[in-house]
Design a protein around this ligand. Structure first.
Ligand code: NAG
Ligand code: NAG
Ligand code: NAG
Ligand code: NAG
Ligand code: NAG
Ligand code: NAG
Ligand code: NAG
Ligand code: NAG
Ligand code: NAG
Ligand code: NAG
Length: 874
């Protein structure tokens, strides 16, 4: 399988998400089109010459990079088009009836490109046309499609089409299925043409902006007599649409509607009228990702409801008892609202069909009697942040068909249920018990299973040695517990699927086993905060997909193994606080081109800073502090182009590793976090002026070295700088006045150098503590008490007036700066310490803590997470 990339926000995200979902479950209704005859297997039927020509003509418009149409050939022995890939002929008349060139569930073919040729018009009996999931390079939907008058099924979804939807589609009187979703289409005037499609059963316009035509449009579709499925996901439907429609009350509206997908719009109410018109038929109602406020609706008026999606809204109050009457209910998804209160077992007593329950991220308490046995065998349970404790719920252990189980942060304070763990349901794919207070020794987790499984037991109080785990693990997160002993037993996880291994912050010890070659798909490896020692084993070099390697805060020693050169996907390499020694390897620069974060802080590295580090063009955090590094600071540092080019976040350059929500999250923190720390080494020479072209640098620390020379005026260019530590070097001459132009400077330490002269009068500088200027040869002026030669101490009143003037000026400046960040700023003296909540320090630590969550990738992880995400969204 390939790596799947989810990037950007909004629709794109959903598009990709849906793509993945459809890979997993082919959702499209069959509509009875696919007949007994296999596509492209027509036995004795032989294609009509004209139609074969038409198809060849159609092929000519396409670019077929992956040979999907390689069977479409006109030589004699191949020219029977009824045998061609994706073509279905009528078994009596031999006319071409159906063309399947859309979404390929087996994932063999990549998209076709090019244009949709009008030669399709020469297939007069065509009833089924699926061109979804192709790339028609932003062409328009062609009007001629409206002349394919026998069409019953038309799928042009996700085909990269743009422009207006042609009203000629109104001629498709037999159309039963129309899917135009996930293109970039526009509604020019109205959608009156839809009213002609009286046979339509399935209509999907998702991601088409309907904000201008919302009400008109609704009236049109509400009168389509056969419409059973309507999807307008992500159509920007405005808050009030649907609510104020007089005609909707009419009992002739939406008479057949079974499934209504209004996810991801801007609705604030659930339209009451909907209940009147659809009450007996409606089975699926999707309203997640809107702004719906108020109490949870009474759905008892829809007795047929099977699926309710209301996640990510603003509902409050509790879950009403009326839910109990929806005995056909299979899916209930209400996560991330403001629901509260206690739920008792009676709510579920009649919901025997329930398969999917997501109540997470509300303030709900589930109080069931301990021995309650639910009437359902559920498939997916998400109860994150509900209150289930303090005992480990017994009813969950009765669910033998569960595949996703997430009960993180549910106030469970109990011993780990050992018997259950030793005999987990064979269907289980995700077990998430993180952020509870589950204690005791972890028993062996049932190992005889074929399914892949993700286990997250992080942030509990588990102790003792690591037990045996199933071979087919994809994710293992045991961080923040008290596990101890060696990790050799993990080598038995040899299903080659492990993508994420986080054992950080435990009491594990010993040397690392040399078995990393068993985990070729590993993307995240976090062993930080344990007592490991010895050399890092060379098999780490087999992890060519690894993008996060955190070995920090252990006792590792020796050189970094040369084999790490093979980990060319690394983005984050965190070796802080160990006892590694040897030269700073040049291969880090040569072979790990994607690095964004590199910390060798507090080790015993020696030698000089290799010039090759300058090759790391995406580097944003470089920390070589507290080592034994000598020589000069390389001039080429301005090669860190990510830093030099303002506003260039690493996402643009390394998108393959991004992962939906985390992208936005990371972006927020990484966007402008650029840090260089070379402090506490034995560096000599001058600060290279090139460093001052790193315009987005926000922290520079070269303290405790043997640097000499002037601090150049150019330093004033570093407008984003928040922290500058040049202390304990031998910088000489004066402090450049430009330093007072750095508006964001929150921390400045120039102590213990050879500086002399007046401290520049920029008010900010004077706000810093005097201790950050002491130990110099001859600095004078505030905040130091020494006056500069020839300057009298101004009289008290004079000084005050002067300061006040300055302050007002400064206030204006700060205010300007402040509004840029959306918060108002008061007096400068206060500001210099409080301003800038986006403080780099915060970001930096956040970065270190959450590294693992960010780069949470790989197909296995993604699929598991997206799968449920999409299920949740509905
Ligand atoms: C329309 O196509 C999209 C993407 O190809 C698919 O996810 C969706 O289920 C289809 N809609 C209907 C109603 O079948
Ligand atoms: C011909 O096709 C129809 C439906 O399209 C099918 O019911 C019938 O079995 C087919 N006949 C043969 C001989 O394959
Ligand atoms: C939809 O169209 C309206 C009006 O043209 C516009 O204000 C809005 O930004 C559009 N929405 C999106 C998501 O493009
Ligand atoms: C629910 O929120 C609304 C405002 O949106 C408020 O008026 C109402 O009192 C809240 N109800 C409960 C039960 O909290
Ligand atoms: C429970 O469900 C059954 C159908 O499974 C239904 O006939 C019965 O009325 C329901 N009972 C209650 C109290 O809702
Ligand atoms: C268990 O789940 C599978 C699919 O996940 C389903 O086909 C089967 O019917 C379920 N069994 C029970 C007893 O619910
Ligand atoms: C477990 O749940 C927590 C909280 O919802 C979440 O942050 C974490 O990513 C989940 N773990 C897995 C493996 O999905
Ligand atoms: C590193 O890669 C080289 C060639 O690409 C290969 O020969 C070597 O075995 C790899 N080392 C490890 C430890 O996988
Ligand atoms: C700058 O980086 C590029 C690769 O990104 C490298 O080829 C070049 O040699 C580097 N320049 C210096 C001066 O190191
Ligand atoms: C610079 O690094 C040294 C350690 O090398 C540290 O003590 C000091 O606090 C750092 N300065 C800043 C501003 O973080």
């Amino acid at each position: 399988m390939t790596m799947i990339t989810i990037m950007g926000g909004g629709y794109l995200k959903l598009v990709h998400a849906f793509f993945i979902l459809s890979v997993l479950v082919h959702l499209r209704p069959a509509l009875g089109f696919i007949s007994g005859v296999g596509v492209g297997d027509a036995n004795n039927i032989s294609c009509l010459e004209g139609e074969s020509q038409a198809l060849i003509g159609f092929k000519k418009g396409l670019v077929d990079d992956y040979g999907r149409l390689s069977s479409w050939r006109s030589e004699d022995e191949n020219k029977n088009c009824c045998n061609w890939e994706g073509v279905l002929c009528n078994n009596q008349t031999s006319h071409v009836l159906e063309l399947y060139l859309g979404f390929d569930p087996l994932g063999i073919f990549q998209p076709l490109r090019g244009m949709i040729s009008p030669s399709l018009l020469e297939l007069p009996y065509l009833t089924f046309l699926d061109l979804s999931d192709n790339d028609f390079k932003q062409t328009h939907i062609l009007e001629f499609i409206g002349s394919l008058s026998n069409l019953k099924y038309l799928d042009l979804s996700r085909a990269n089409l743009t422009g207006p939807i042609p009203h000629q589609l109104e001629n498709l009187l037999h159309l039963q299925y129309l899917n135009l979703s996930w293109n970039d289409l526009k509604i020019i005037e109205n959608l009156q043409w839809l009213s002609c499609l009286s046979s339509i059963e399935y209509l999907d316009l998702s991601s088409t902006n309907l904000s201008n035509v919302a009400n008109d449009w609704l009236e049109v579709v509400s009168h389509l007599p056969n419409l059973t499925t309507l999807s307008v996901l992500g159509c920007d439907l405005p808050p009030m649409s649907l609510s104020s429609l007089p005609h909707l009350n009419h009992s002739k509206s939406f008479t057949s509607l079974k499934s209504l997908d209004l996810n991801d719009n801007q609705l604030v109410h659930i339209p009451k009228s909907l209940g009147i018109c659809t009450k007996d038929s409606l089975e699926v109602l999707k309203l997640s990702y809107n702004q719906i406020t108020g109490l949870f609706p009474n759905f008892a008026i829809f007795p047929s409801l099977k699926e309710i999606y209301l996640s990510e809204n603003k509902l409050n109050g509790t879950l009403p008892k009326s839910i109990r009457n929806l005995y056909k209910l299979e899916f209930l998804s209400v996560s991330s609202n403001f629901l509260e209160g206690v739920i008792s077992k009676s709510l579920f007593s009649n919901l025997s069909k329930l398969q999917y329950l997501d109540l997470s991220n509300n303030s709900l308490s589930l109080e069931f009697s301990f021995d309650w046995v639910p009437p359902f065998q559920i498939r997916d349970i998400y109860l994150t942040s509900c209150n289930l404790g303090p005992r480990f719920p017994n009813w969950i252990q009765t669910q033998r068909n569960v595949s996703f189980l997430e009960i993180s942060n549910t106030k469970i304070s109990d011993t780990i249920p050992a018997e259950w763990l030793a005999d987990l349901p064979p269907t289980l794919k995700l077990l998430n018990l993180s952020n509870n207070h589950i204690y005791g020794r972890l028993p062996n987790v049932s190992t005889k299973r074929l399914n892949e499984l993700a286990i997250d037991l992080s942030a509990n109080s588990l102790e003792g040695p690591l037990p045996h785990f199933p071979t087919n693990l994809t994710v293992l997160n045991l961080s923040k517990n008290q596990f101890s002993g060696s990790i050799s037993s993990l080598c038995k996880i040899n299903g080659q699927l492990l993508a994420y291994l986080d054992l950080s912050n435990n009491r594990l010890s010993g040397r690392l086993p040399n078995c990393f070659m068993q985990w070729p798909k590993l993307v995240i490896l976090n062993l930080a905060g344990n007592h490991f020692f010895g050399e890092v084993p060379s098999s780490l070099g087999s992890l060519s997909m690894l993008n996060t390697l955190s070995l920090n805060n252990n006792n590792f020693s020796g050189n970094l193994p040369l084999s790490l050169r093979n980990c060319s996907s690394l983005i984050v390499m965190d070796m802080r606080n160990n006892r590694f020694s040897g030269n700073v390897p040049a291969w880090i620069g040569e072979r790990l081109p994607s690095l964004i974060f590199l910390s060798l802080h507090s080790n015993m590295f020696n030698g000089s800073v290799p010039l090759h580090l300058c090759w790391l063009k995406d580097l944003q955090i470089l920390d070589l502090s507290i080592n034994d590094i000598s020589g000069t600071i390389p001039q080429c540092l301005n090669n860190f182009t990510a830093m030099a080019q303002k506003g260039n976040s690493f996402f643009e350059s390394t998108t393959p590793y991004s992962y939906d929500n985390d992208v936005t999250y990371m972006k927020e923190y990484f966007d402008s976090v650029m840090i260089i720390n070379l402090s506490s080494n034995k560096l000599i020479g001058k600060l290279p002026s090139e460093i001052f072209s790193l315009l987005d640098l926000i922290s520079l620390n070269v303290s405790r070295n043997n640097l000499i020379g002037e601090i150049p005026q150019m330093i004033g260019q570093l407008k984003q700088l928040e922290s500058l530590d040049l202390s304990s070097n031998q910088f000489s001459v004066e402090i450049p006045s430009s330093i007072s132009e750095i508006n964001f400077l929150e921390f400045l330490n120039l102590s213990y150098n050879n500086l002399s002269g007046k401290i520049p009068s920029g008010t900010q500088l004077r706000g810093f503590d005097a201790s950050y200027f002491i130990g110099n040869r001859a600095l004078c002026g505030p905040p130091l008490t020494q006056n500069c030669l020839g300057e009298e101490t101004p009289s008290r009143s004079e000084a005050n007036t002067k300061d006040n003037e300055e302050n007002e000026d400064e206030l204006g400046k700060w205010f300007y700066v402040g509004t840029r960040f959306g918060f108002a700023i008061g007096f400068w003296g206060v500001c210099s310490s409080l301003v800038l909540k986006r403080s780099w320090r915060h970001a930096y630590f956040l970065l270190l803590d959450n590294m693992k969550d960010w780069l949470y990738v790989t197909i296995t992880v993604n699929i598991a997470r997206l799968q449920r995400k999409i299920q949740r969204q509905g």
